[in-house]
Ligand binder design. Structure first.
Ligand code: KG4
Ligand code: ZN
Length: 358
């Protein structure tokens, strides 16, 4: 019964999306941020409350999945109330509820998915399932409302390093990592250097005071291949640190950070530019937590100028996990008549980016 009503309402929204205001309450709990946002017509962010658990997980040197789930559970209702109050609306004003169903930590995702299902069911409004990675890409529509496909998107986060070709109706995977994600490499290197969690922001900061004095990967890098690998670089940095320690030799942490970062960033910059050229698309859109990296942002701007490629980078507030990007992606899907989920929606820890359901 619920699905029948939700589907009718969804179809009406799809048909009338240009004429009526669509207010989506979006929920994101895939990792260590509990976030709820209210997004109007896919572009206007009425509120975007992000409650970060970073301080809690820092004590453990990384995200502890069970702790993340418990904290999502404790804060989600308050975060939603704050989002509604900041947006100055009530539950009755909502057109639909959107939620990240994957990829991410299963227990953490389940909190958001269960909450969204209960909300959509009780309000008898459509439930919209959103792919977290696609959400990161859509964050750019909020900060650059004039952005339109086709474009190439570089997704760099704790779980992904990928290049996608985004067209009006499809997101086609062009490249992914054979092993670790770039953010994972930042976090592991920081851990071995004793810099704490998350590693990205601290390496970013220390690298500014260091020089690229060390070459970790000595063999020439393949520029014109659409795939990534970060485990070799990560291992080379860790081996270097261990060797220096064994030999009681000095470790210049700032130089290690600058050298690691230069190699890590070079890989994604070169391959992103290559993908743009290969596919004859001159707009490159960056997404994900590592898009906050100041060196990556600068290098891409420089290369973009050199190669005549328009570089779109989200503001720092939209790089990390947040629900506004989920609301925006849900709206993009809705316009195409996609994304409606039934009440049996399940969380998925992994989503093959090649699979294009939503
Ligand atoms: O997108 P995100 O918030 O969560 C995932 O979906 O994975 O990305 C988190 C990742 C972490 O690995 C973190 O270290 C990295 O983004 N990160 C950064 C920076 N800020 C966050 N990496 C490099 N430089 C930064 N400034
Ligand atoms: Zn993310």
């Amino acid at each position: 019964m619920y699905y029948k009503i939700a589907k009718e309402k969804f179809n009406k929204l799809v048909k009338n999306h240009k004429k009526t205001d669509i207010i989506i309450l979006a929920i994101e709990t895939s990792c260590d941020e509990t976030s709820v946002a209210v997004v109007k017509n896919g572009r206007e962010v009425l509120s975007n409350v992000v409650s970060s658990q970073i301080d809690i997980h820092t004590r453990f040197g990384g995200v502890v999945p069970e702790v993340a789930s418990r904290n999502h559970l404790m804060s989600i209702a308050n975060v939603m109330n704050q989002a509604l109050s900041e947006a100055n609306i009530t539950l009755q004003d909502l057109s639909a509820v959107a939620v990240t169903y994957g990829a991410g930590l299963l227990g953490a995702l389940l909190v958001g998915v269960s909450f969204a299902k209960a909300l959509a069911y009780s309000l008898e409004i459509p439930l919209l399932a959103v792919n977290h990675i696609h959400g990161h890409i859509s964050a750019n529509y909020i900060s650059t409302p004039t952005l339109k496909p086709p474009f190439i998107s570089l997704v760099v986060s704790g779980g992904h390093t990928a290049l996608l070709k985004v067209t009006k109706t499809k997101k086609i995977l062009l490249a992914t990592t054979h092993d670790d994600a770039i953010g994972e490499a930042y976090d592991k290197v920081a851990k071995v250097l004793g810099l704490g969690y998350p590693g990205g922001p601290i390496i970013d900061k220390l690298a500014k005071q260091g020089n690229k004095t060390i070459t970790f990967i000595k063999k020439p890098k393949e520029k014109n291949v659409l795939s990534f690998s970060y485990s070799g670089l990560k291992t080379a940095v860790i081996n270097y640190i261990h060797k220096q320690k064994q030999n009681n030799a000095e470790i210049n942490i700032n130089d290690v950070c600058a050298s690691f970062q230069a190699e890590a960033v070079e890989e994604v910059v070169n391959k992103s530019i290559y993908a743009c050229k290969k596919h004859k698309i001159n707009t490159l859109v960056i997404a994900g937590g590592v898009a906050a990296n100041s060196y990556l942002r600068q290098e891409l701007q420089n290369k973009g100028k050199e190669e005549n490629i328009n570089i779109i980078i989200p503001p720092l507030s939209l790089c990390g996990d947040n629900a506004a990007m989920i609301g925006c992606e849900a709206y993009e899907n809705l316009k195409l008549g996609k994304g409606l989920a039934d009440i049996d929606l399940n969380a998925q820890s992994n989503i093959n980016l090649k699979y294009q359901k939503v």
